[in-house]
Write a protein that binds this ligand. Structure first.
Ligand SMILES: Nc1ncnc2c1ncn2[C@@H]1O[C@H](COP(=O)(O)OP(=O)(O)O)[C@@H](O)[C@H]1O
Ligand SMILES: [Mg+2]
Length: 261
C-alpha cells in the first residue's frame, strides 16, 4: 500500500500552483491519461471556474452538463461526467459567464463519491475555490516553472497545503526551458520532493490542436516519458521503459527538433 494513500482504490489529488500558466491543466491531462493507461479508474475535474480549459484541450467546447450546474442545482457530480474518446472520464466546467460566480465551497464530499483517482485541475493562486479543492483532496501536486516568480508561488502553496494538514504529493517542474532555478534548488527551497521534471515540448501545443493529451498523441516524446514516470510514482509502481521505447523517444525527439526548424 502507498504511504500517500490507498493505491488500490485511488485518491483525490489537486493539481495547483501559486502562479497562473505554469502547466496545471497539461499536467492534469497527461498524468490522468497515464494513470488511465495503467488501468486505473480515473476522473479529471475542471475546477478552474474562471478560466476553464480542461474540456477545451480535449475538444469539448459546449458540454451538456458541468461542475457548475451540479453544484448550483445541488446534483451529484456523477451527472456531469463525460467520457472522452480515449476512455478517460472528465467533468468539465461551464464556459458561460452565467456561471462565473459558482463557488466550490459546497463541494464537500462530492469528489470522494466519484471513486477511483480524481485529479482536480485547480485555478491559479490560493483563492477560496482552490482552498476548497485542496481541503477535499488527499494530496496536492504543485506545478511550477523554474523561475523565481513561479517558485515563490510554489512555496506559498506548499505551506498552505501543510497548514491544511494535507500531503504534498510532490513538485512538478514544468517547461524546463530556463535554468533560472534547478529542480534540486526548488526541492530545497520548498522542502518538498520533486515528483517530475517535464521539459519544454513543442508537441504539447500540437496535441491540443489534436484534442488529445500529449501522452496519447505522442507517447514517446520526452515530456510523455516524464508524465509516465510521474504516474508510476503516484501508484508506487516501478517505471522501467524497454530499450525499444528509448529508441522511439530518441527518434521522436530528433524528428520534433527537425520539424521545429
Ligand atoms: N512542457 C511544456 N512544453 C511546452 N509548452 C507547454 C508546456 N507546459 C505548458 N505549455 C504551454 O503553456 C500553456 C499553458 O499551460 P496550462 O497547463 O494550460 O497552464 P495552467 O493550467 O497552469 O494555466 C499550454 O497551453 C502550452 O501551450
Ligand atoms: Mg489551467
Amino acid at each position: 500500500m502507498s504511504s500517500k494513500g490507498d493505491s488500490s482504490e485511488g485518491r483525490i489529488i489537486s493539481v495547483a500552483s501559486g502562479k497562473g500558466g505554469t502547466g496545471k491543466t497539461i499536467t492534469t491531462l497527461n498524468l490522468a491519461m497515464e494513470l488511465h493507461k495503467l488501468g486505473k479508474d480515473v476522473t479529471i475535474v475542471d475546477a478552474d471556474l474562471e478560466d476553464p480549459n480542461l474540456g477545451i484541450n480535449l475538444g469539448l467546447y459546449s458540454p451538456q452538463s458541468t461542475i457548475n450546474e451540479s453544484l448550483e442545482k445541488d446534483r451529484s457530480l456523477v451527472e456531469a461526467v463525460h467520457i472522452h474518446e480515449t476512455g478517460m472520464r472528465l467533468i468539465p466546467a461551464s464556459l458561460s459567464i452565467n456561471y462565473i460566480n459558482t463557488s466550490l465551497r459546497s463541494i464537500d464530499k462530492a469528489f470522494k463519491k466519484l471513486g477511483g483517482y480524481i485529479i482536480v485541475d485547480c485555478g491559479p493562486g490560493l483563492s477560496e475555490n482552490v482552498v476548497s479543492c485542496i481541503d477535499q483532496s488527499d494530496s496536492v501536486i504543485a506545478v511550477t516553472n523554474p523561475m523565481r516568480s513561479a517558485v515563490s508561488g510554489a512555496v506559498r502553496l506548499t505551506e498552505m497545503v501543510k497548514d491544511l494538514d494535507k500531503t504534498v504529493e510532490g513538485i512538478v517542474v514544468n517547461n524546463l526551458t530556463s535554468k533560472e532555478i534547478s529542480p534540486k534548488e526548488i526541492s530545497s527551497i520548498t522542502g518538498c520532493d520533486v515528483l517530475g521534471e517535464v521539459p519544454y515540448d513543442i508537441n504539447i501545443d500540437r496535441s491540443i490542436v489534436n484534442k488529445k493529451p500529449l501522452v496519447h498523441h505522442k507517447p514517446y516524446s520526452k515530456a510523455s516519458f516524464a508524465y509516465r514516470k510521474i504516474a508510476h510514482d503516484i501508484v508506487d509502481e516501478e517505471f522501467k521503459p524497454k530499450a525499444k521505447h528509448h529508441i522511439r523517444r530518441y527518434v521522436d525527439s530528433l524528428l520534433s527538433s527537425l520539424m521545429a526548424r
